[in-house]
Design a binder for this molecule. Sequence first.
Ligand code: FAD
Length: 499
Amino acid sequence: MAHSNRDPTTSRHVAVIGAGAAGLVTARELRREGHSVVVLERGSQIGGVWTYTSQVEPDPLSLDPTRPVVHSSVYKSLRTNIPRECMGFTDFPFAARPHDGSRDPRRHPGHSEVLAYLRDFAKEFDVEEMIRFETEVVRAEPAADEENRGKWRVESRSSDGAADEIYDAVVVCNGHYTEPRHAHIAGIHSWPGKQIHSHNYRVPDPFKDQVLAQGSHHYTEACGLVKSLVSSLNSWMVFFLFPLQIVIVIGSSASGVDISRDIAKVAKEVHVSSKSTSPDTYEMLPGYDNLWLHPVIETARKDGSVVFQNGKTVYADTIMHCTGYKYYFPFLDTKGEVTVDDNRVEPLYKHVFPPALAPGLSFIGLPWQITPFPMFELQSKWVAAVLSGRVSLPSQGEMMEDTKAFYNKLEASGIPKRYTHLMPDDSQFEYDNWLADQCDYPRIEKWREEMFYIGFKRIYAQSATYRDNWDDDHLIVEAYDDFVKFMSSYPELLPLLKT
Ligand code: FAD
């Protein structure tokens, strides 16, 4: 562990951008370490992505950079894909509250339960008093004037007007599930159907019915009979007789799986295009008679057809892009020290500090395919301790060397740049434990690690049922045994945990 001899009580004035899970725990850790903290949050409440709204952006693909941004990408039916016991912060258990009828006690609860948990967390640690709501950071940059050299200038906008402030440090917690990535499809510009990104998906209802008048090509190759029957009926009858929507969902990760199943309940057909299946795949997914798995799309044509790599052609109404998101920091001006290229935020020492601007600038929450909340907690403990001087960083040159070595290792292993912040297999827990060691904090519990792996495998083995059928009860018992040790600080939870 890298400890410094500097006065451990150094207090910094720190701006935290965003009051999602990352911003909340960062604010708590910074204050615990003795810093003065201002959290700038453009929304009107805490919770970030977990603040579900039925509102969507006017541009269904979210391509227009001037569009009004809706932050949350959560859809109505969303339940967590990580079991709650391992999802929570390490010292504030995400325990079920079965005696509280307003709460969702399920192991994989709906999104509103996660928001309720984050509200409990914010209340318990008085985080809200540090937050300025409806305040958008429009610019954050190293201060240029001599007097403030080494500090950060943060410009923000709120209903009170514009503010221009100086901070010792800025911690970026703005999330990375708002700016969509899209699939590149040959011929898509002449394809006449609708396209939407999952960022703007909320409920399946719009996929229920399609009147004939809205498109005469809306049938698959296999549906020639239906087509001739349909064409002999008037569109009023068609509306009531046939749910004609045919939807292609691109992407078979968490959102693609959920959303395709959501839509399959109401649409005529759903065709999932996956890049992680073999080129000749063509199968009906178990438990459905209208949900198909295909490989990638080869081309889209102006007659409304879409051709998959397996040679199958589908005439579709809508293409839903469940193709993930981009890192996006429109407010950040680092004079070229930090860039985003092919979804790598670079250069960053251990995914957190840009060597040339450390420790004044840091990022919490960039890694993905992880258990986010505990990692946010450990990253922010590290940032807080570095800012106070209790823990020191290697020199700028050493951090740069380490970072380059990491990038070289990815390249040598054939891992594409866009997967720089992906943490597969054991790497997230190795990383978590490295962070914990830096801060003299206990390492990740074994049960949490095991639960994550088992849970992850369960998603693939039983994608339709993994949230309600499991066989790791022994780990739940271990988790709750562990939770009890935090209950002295949360006595009101204790009786609930014992049920
Ligand atoms: P966010 O929650 O996105 O918060 C960022 C905050 O920054 C927002 O409040 C935003 O308003 C604010 N902000 C942004 N820009 C500015 C600005 N310029 N000025 C001021 N404020 C700004 N994680 C799990 O652990 N379990 C799950 O089951 C799970 N499921 C998920 C499902 C979906 C569909 C998605 C999209 C994500 C899911 N996640 C899940 C991951 C989730 O993103 C993280 O758990 C976590 O909540 C991210 O927190 P964050 O604080 O990094 O970002």
